[in-house]
Write a protein that binds this ligand. Sequence first.
Ligand SMILES: NC(=O)c1ccc[n+]([C@@H]2O[C@H](COP(=O)([O-])OP(=O)(O)OC[C@H]3O[C@@H](n4cnc5c(N)ncnc54)[C@H](OP(=O)(O)O)[C@@H]3O)[C@@H](O)[C@H]2O)c1
Length: 254
Amino acid sequence: MSETILVTGGTGVLGRQVARRLLAPGREVRVLSRRAAPAATPYAWRTGDLRSHDGIDAAVRGADVIVHCATTLGGKDVATTKALLDTARRHDTPHLVFISIVGVDRIPLPYYRAKLAAEEAVVASGLPWTILRATQFHDLVCRLVEVQRFLPVVLYPAGFRVQPVDAGEVAARLADLALGEPAGRAPDLGGPEVRDFADLARASLRGKGRRRALVPVPFPGATGRAYRAGHHLTPNATGRVTFEEFLAAQAAIA
Ligand SMILES: NC(=O)c1ccc[n+]([C@@H]2O[C@H](COP(=O)([O-])OP(=O)(O)OC[C@H]3O[C@@H](n4cnc5c(N)ncnc54)[C@H](OP(=O)(O)O)[C@@H]3O)[C@@H](O)[C@H]2O)c1
């Protein structure tokens, strides 16, 4: 059993579920966050910032495994991942478990390009590594609808299908991978259904008791074509929790 595991992004949608699953007697689970530790936490909290590098050395030192779930927008994921890898190499060469996204190698979205470059940095790091690619989380679909709550309509990319997966299932897979031997590229993890985005947006609105017209917006260019071609989907539909089951679970805890 690994004794000390660091979860970067351990406060995020995915990372907090990974950290929770890793808690076990005799194991130190560290959570890296830019925020100060909450008043009560079951984790060995490490305040640090992967962009400024503040606190990263102390977070990484002594870790047997790092589950890297932190993400930053604006193409910074390469620099932050490299900073983490460099620090890890200077210490105890921990097993680096990295979460990525299905299609990062085929969809030329800037965020995906950064993610792919971060994957490549992990592979070239010399550290023992595991990479899991997952499809979009159910939460993300809801967030994309929710950010438009002040608009009279919900805009969505025309012709888009999504294969949303439960972040809890991705977290469970990542936790298993973190406790196992370095696996290289693990089999992709996709949700159980491929659905039209509009269909999911409608379900999400219904779940919130709201009604809005849905308006398709063309998504031109290579990125739009790559999404319409389904490069973000996977035949490995091993996730079990459907979008409606996710919504029902959210409603139950609200
Ligand atoms: N969302 C999806 O649909 C999806 C699908 C497949 C893969 N993924 C991947 O899964 C990972 C997690 O996604 P998520 O949706 O759970 O992310 P999220 O909820 O947005 O959480 C982002 C996390 O990153 C941390 N973070 C941000 N900037 C940081 C910095 N400079 N230094 C240290 N920590 C920093 C945040 O911690 P603090 O704010 O506490 O500092 C937070 O815990 C990402 O790598 C993403 O690419 C996501």
